[in-house]
Design a protein around this ligand. Structure first.
Ligand SMILES: [Zn+2]
Length: 174
């Protein structure tokens, strides 16, 4: 069957089901109620939800973005402690740090197709590319970029970064 034909058939079936449901609402609801009350079916559904809850929520999120957002906000309010702890753990996790740093880079105007790879190089670099000094801590490590083009230039220490900025300032003043 061709894809379009298949789609048409699916649509037709769906419409048919919808029509049937509309015309036999009482009977359908009764049937659903019975179906759900059956412990075997209950177990089936629970099992399905357990295995597919991720997929289920993703679909739900795509279909009802507003409703999903509202329910998420509600959950956050009612579970503030849990949510704050989750966010704190996330911010301290390797992945969270990476995601936040990349977002920050983007925000300050760094342009690169693959910031995540840049981050991997950046975080594993131990020495300044300019003066070859070993970084004291994470705060000592800087990613220098051209403020006009957004292009990345060096991974350097704080002192060198300040030096670059000062030189640039000097050039401007001349
Ligand atoms: Zn340096």
């Amino acid at each position: 069957m061709s894809e379009t034909k298949e789609l048409k058939t699916t649509n037709y079936l769906r419409q048919y089901q919808r029509l049937y449901y509309r015309n036999n609402k009482e009977a359908c609801l009764e049937y659903q109620k019975k179906y759900r009350a059956n412990p075997e079916n209950k177990a089936k559904k629970a099992k399905w939800m357990k295995e597919n809850s991720h997929k289920y929520w993703r679909t739900y999120m795509e279909r009802h973005p507003e409703k999903y957002k509202a329910s998420q906000e509600k959950w956050k309010l009612e579970n503030a402690d849990k949510w704050n702890k989750y966010m704190k753990d996330y911010r301290n996790s390797a992945k969270g740090k990476k995601v936040m740093r990349c977002a920050n880079w983007k925000q300050i105007g760094i342009v690169d197709e693959d910031l995540e790879s840049v981050y991997d190089v950046y975080i594993n670099e131990t020495h300044c590319w300019i003066c070859d000094k070993e970084f004291q801590d994470n705060r000592d490590r800087h990613l220098d970029h051209d403020h006009e083009t957004g292009e990345i230039r060096y991974i350097c220490c704080r002192d060198c970064n300040i030096q670059i900025l000062a030189n640039k300032q000097k050039k401007k003043c001349k």
